[in-house]
Ligand binder design. Sequence first.
Ligand code: NAD
Length: 451
Amino acid sequence: MNRIHALLDKQRNFFATGATKPLNYRTEQLRRLKAMIREHEEAIMEALRLDLGKSDFEAFATEIGILLEEINHVLKYLKRWSKPRRVKTPLTHIGSQSRIYAEPYGIALLISPWNYPFQLAISPLIGAMSAGNCAVLKPSELASHTSALLARLLGQTFDEAYVAVIEGGVETSNALLAEKFDTIFFTGSVGVGRIVMEAAAKHLTPVTLELGGKSPCIVHADANIKHAAKRIVWGKTLNAGQTCIAPDYLYVHESVKDELLKRMKETVDAFYGDPLADGSPYPNIINDRHYNRLKSLMEAGQLVYGGRTDERSLKIEPAFISEVGWEDPVMQEEIFGPLLPVLTYRNLEDVIREVNARPKPLALYAFSESEEIQQRIIHSISFGGGCINDTILHIATPYLPFGGVGNSGMGGYHGKASFDAFTHRKSVMKQTSRFDLPFRYPNAKNALKRL
Ligand code: NAD
């Protein structure tokens, strides 16, 4: 605990010097971060292989390449985002000017999860640094190789007075949360999100919460089934389903269910061959606890495809499960694994009602060729973000803010939204000294005569 106090003192002192604020400093540090990632690509892929069995291809696409793109985007626009923004002033304030200044909060606490353990630690850090904050990062202890690597690489690259990593589990997380930070950025489960917000409330610290939940994937009767099958299987099997925005369950129009499932089975075969075979590019489940949890979720309903398991490698073959209802455990919790329950519907209104009766999803995917159906879904269901006729890809563009709503989180990030998440917008009105209109003063008529 003394280490945490000492570290925070160091960061406060450093932040107080103002060194982190100039644009030059921020861009230089972001370039160092980018160079660090580039230089250690191999080591990052190795850690991800050890923690999650990710193939180099998947590790690069979802954890490394996406960060390099994000940094490039920030470097391109940071000057523009950082400029004080002049805004209009009403006639009542005649003579004055109004500007909004971007100001870093100060010391940011970043707590990250295990499923994309490199990307989800560094992406918020890019936001914190771009806005001029100092940061303390607490990666997930469950992805232990990546956590150790983050500590080593960031430790080599930055002075801890600016960016520091504190490794550890729940106890460390709680020790950090007991301290006063200027902003907290948490990515993880809904339950821990509540704990974080409660802790933040004690210090009135603003929070960004990137949480989870059950993200529906709706396939309407008029969808392009061929494309839908591939895009859904890709989104569901990426990182073996351990993706916060993976399609959690499928809601398919009864008239296209058989064709969709047939094509989805063919797609899994084409993507992975035998996913359980040694050397397959298909990732494993993070640990025994989640492996056993997922196995037990497969007990309800009827397995229509896959579901084989291998305890030695902790791999679970993608599994499609039909004949399930909302009361089954697999429909009660976020699955966070390669199991896809399949519900059918006849009327879209039933889908809208059922989804709206539950916590607001982090993501929603809708497949339909009809503009009218697409718009109806967008406007009648509240969800964090999502795609029409695709899955996952909305997260991979810096132009779309990413985040949840309601139970799935609050606040957003990526691109400009990341800069904003770590920035206080300070509004300043600058008055003229050339004259002083008396109308606002008490007894203005007489005052006018006297002055
Ligand atoms: P988690 O909530 O268990 O852990 C996240 C972090 O919080 C870890 O660093 C962990 O050490 C810490 N933590 C765990 N328990 C704690 C406690 N009691 N008190 C304080 N800190 C604690 O989440 P996870 O299992 O690592 O990740 C899976 C969850 O994260 C899923 O719900 C998933 O949907 C969500 N997620 C969301 C996003 C997003 O961007 N919205 C991204 C990835 C994962």
